[in-house]
Design a protein. Sequence first.
Length: 135
Amino acid sequence: MARRTNTRTGIASALGSLETRIMRALWEATEPLTVGQVRQAMRGKSLAYTTVMTSLNRLAAKGLVARRRRPLHWGYGYQAKTTPERLAADVARRVIQAIAPGPLEPVVCHMLGLNETGAQQLTALRKKHTKRPAR
């Protein structure tokens, strides 16, 4: 029996194809969408209302989607809480930390082709960024 390989790439490798399609629909929207509106915005194969609703609730549980009751309407409105770029950066950070535990600077410097001076600057920038402001 042939071994099946994962051919998903990008954000779909972290979320799955259905959740990625839902997130894309939410990112393209200018306002919160209902489950029905998300179904309409998704191109391709038609999905059951409950399938889309379950996926939206799972994305909300993961902290990627905000779910708010809609006044004057029945149901909820769903809106992305993150941008595609931020989600991709979070996925990349988790992958790097999984394969290279410890400080991220050496891995990032290698990926960017930075020399030792660049690595030191990156470390200093990170320390400055993570310092708490004085009260």
